[in-house]
Design a binder for this molecule. Structure first.
Ligand code: SF4
Length: 328
């Protein structure tokens, strides 16, 4: 069986696959568990404070429970808590492999980080290249699922979210993921187009469990999932260094704005939901987003992996109603 390597956010998974490892996005294990709260409770029993992001506690809880002894921790470009988390994991005997995305997108630094990871996984450029071809074929299918969401309108916002967010590790088997994606495409081709006001979703993937379903129930259709789409590498860039340089998520708000503005226009988006996670430093990005995007924005904050509470439901209803009113 392939050896599993966990990671805290999207890293160049093609290197892990090429080295014969099974990449595992710890966020996905946490959030898709039938009882994700138990990971958070484990972290809190071990001393993690209540006033801290629950994604971090979830990752920790997963690692304490599952048999994963190596983790790639993204020290720069993701989360301000990762360094402390990495230290705790190291203390617990887990091998931590640091990886960084430099804030200034310096090509030389990205190359060094990528080649360092290649060295750790025993991969050279020749070996990488055949794996990249297989992975590009999957990413092409994910681009098609994304296009079918906003153009053909036969894919729900939740399905779009799920397919793109899982692309970070492709469930540890990109051949299988490719076949699953093709099966999905064949199935949704037969659907009738959906209506519903076109909504864009920006920010980190939501921890709340029923956001998309609720939005669709009240007449909204999420046709753009910003971060999840970035995880799927939506651009055809053959060189790995450039690919992870164009990728916007780790390089701060200014690198993301161009992508967000382009997609709002292209997809005919009428309103943006900016999701922020309680106790996350990224909440502050809202200040800039509100001044730059010329589209109605609703900012919502989630904390626990639970359904929306009554207050959030009311705010979402009012927002979708306002957007629908503007369409008439
Ligand atoms: S939501 Fe924010 S604080 Fe939580 S893991 Fe992500 S970046 Fe870190």
């Amino acid at each position: 069986m392939d050896k599993i390597i966990g990671f805290t956010t999207t890293i160049p998974s093609e290197i892990l696959f090429a080295g014969g490892y099974k990449p595992c996005d710890l966020n996905n294990i946490f959030i898709t568990d039938p009882e994700p709260m138990h990971f958070i409770e484990k972290a809190e029993r071990d001393g993690f404070p209540k006033s801290m992001c629950n994604w971090i506690k979830g990752i920790y809880g997963v690692l304490m429970e599952r048999d994963i002894d190596s983790v790639i921790a993204v020290m720069e470009g993701d989360c301000s808590n990762t360094q402390a988390l990495a230290e705790i994991l190291q203390f617990k005997g887990i091998r931590v492999i640091p990886f960084s995305y430099p804030y200034d997108r310096d090509r030389g630094v990205i190359r060094r980080e990528i080649e360092k990871l290649m060295g750790i996984c025993g991969v050279d450029y020749e070996r990488l290249s055949s794996t990249e071809k297989g992975i590009e074929a999957v990413r092409e299918k994910l681009r098609e699922i994304d296009r079918m969401t906003w153009e053909d309108r036969v894919v729900t916002g939740y399905e779009n979210h799920l397919w793109l967010v899982r692309s970070s590790d492709m469930l540890g088997d990109y051949g299988l993921y490719s076949r699953m994606a093709q099966g999905f495409i064949d199935e949704v081709k037969k659907r009738r187009p959906m209506d519903g006001v076109r909504i864009g979703f920006i920010g980190v993937p939501p921890i709340v469990t029923d956001l998309y379903q609720f939005l669709e129930g009240i007449g909204g259709h999420v046709v753009y999932n910003e971060t999840q789409r970035q995880f799927s590498m939506p651009f055809k860039e053959p060189h790995i260094v450039e690919r992870y340089r164009i990728y916007t998520y780790p390089y701060g708000i200014f690198s993301r704005l161009h992508d967000i503005k382009t997609e709002i226009k292209k997809r005919g988006i009428k309103g943006i939901i900016h999701y922020v996670q309680a106790f996350c430093y990224r909440v502050m990005e809202d200040v800039i987003l509100r001044q730059i995007l010329d589209c109605p924005i609703l900012t919502i904050e989630g904390e626990l992996p639970r359904p929306l509470d009554a207050r959030l439901r009311l705010r979402l209803e009012a927002f979708v109603e306002m957007l629908r009113g503007q369409e008439q």
